[in-house]
Design a protein around this ligand. Sequence first.
Ligand SMILES: *Cc1c(COP(=O)(O)O)cnc(C)c1O
Length: 462
Amino acid sequence: MSSEQRFNLDDLKRADAEHHLHPFTDSKEINAQGTRVIVKADGVYIWDAEGHKLLDGMAGLWCVNIGYGRKELAEAAYRQMQELPYYNSFFQCTTPPTIALAEVLAELAPAHINHVFFTGSGSESNDTVVRMVRRYWDLLGESQKTVIISRNNAYHGSTMAAASLGGMKFMHEQGGLPLPGIVHIDQPYWYGEGGDSEPADFGLRIAQQLEQKILELGLDRVAAFIGEPVQGAGGVIIPPETYWPEIQRICDKYGILLIVDEVICGFGRMGKWFGSDYYGIRADFMPIAKGLSSGYLPIGGVMVSDRITEVLIDKCGEFAHGYTYSGHPVAAAVALANLRILREEKIVETVGGETGPYLQKRWAELADHPLVGEARGVGFLGALELVKDKSKRERYPKVGKVGSLCRDMSIENGLVMRAVGDTMIISPPLVATSTHIDELIERAKKSLDAALERIPTLDFNE
Ligand SMILES: *Cc1c(COP(=O)(O)O)cnc(C)c1O
């Protein structure tokens, strides 16, 4: 059954190097070392072409919430493809799975959110939000209200508007971003930027930058604020408890729209259906993707609150925006099957009440490791801050070196963990059991030991 027999791995790697440009990749470097070819997956495990079995601590890219290998999703796609592989939702048409998915999403979302605009990805969802926010204020006769305030080190996707909303400097530098009208305030990253302050004070102070920014720019220009409930790609940054209530207060006080990017936090990642539920945030827009289909097919959307749809629907006429694949029937059928499994198997409740707390209890043990300055997490998200000196929160020089080493050791020990600088992160499939969690922790410990042992061999001057 071994997949190596179906192809010659060297040929594959050569063809990949010759013809395939990878996302977020140094092609020269990857072509020299050869890519890791993943050939199959089941449950919480993936296999590479060399036969290594890895526990996928990242659920693909934060998305395979129900785990790999669920035939129900394959069958839903197969049935829908035979019945109607494609039709669009433009020009007064749509398809049954698209409608059914919109209805289920309205049921799952907070009570004041009852509509969805479908897209093909999280990035498209955030581009859509920018269009909708500006359209909303325009319809209210305030077309000068265009500015969206985001945070440094946020991640909202990779298209022009989404990358602008994101706060990744290294992305902005390539391509003249951010677009005009998108500005950034600090992120609520206590471990990295909180200095000597108490987390609660820090959370308040950072949230209050929103108010300062609104006043600085002028309320007549500010349209909205966008944030991930917990920053994912930025390094699983969990805001202090004081942060979101203060953001909500400021948005309410000034009447600016609140966009809660649920692309990672949605669909159970935090042990609730949405990150907004976890923090009690009242969003005007919730961009979604990833866990919506557990990554089995690309699909995303923007969930839109009633106060917005009242304006967009009643006053709008045609909203001149949409994608060929908005509400794609096969992707919608797969998303429906995914949501049915999440509901019927009570996967979100299990993460909230049992496996999430267990993962957090075990993950917290890693804080005892000499290399770990902080072990934090919530639901099925976790982060480890790798440091040289815990007592001073002191990093190793050349941030990223120790993280990359630890990530390589982790792969060697059969666990996919990702490194963001010197922060190790996990986001496992939501179906991981306590046995899988024990295995994850054991492998993470081994990886930390192996990394610590090899640090003296690193050349920090390189
Ligand atoms: C991944 C991600 C996106 C972008 O989604 P794509 O499907 O990759 O375009 C947007 N927002 C957040 C919070 C994400 O993690």
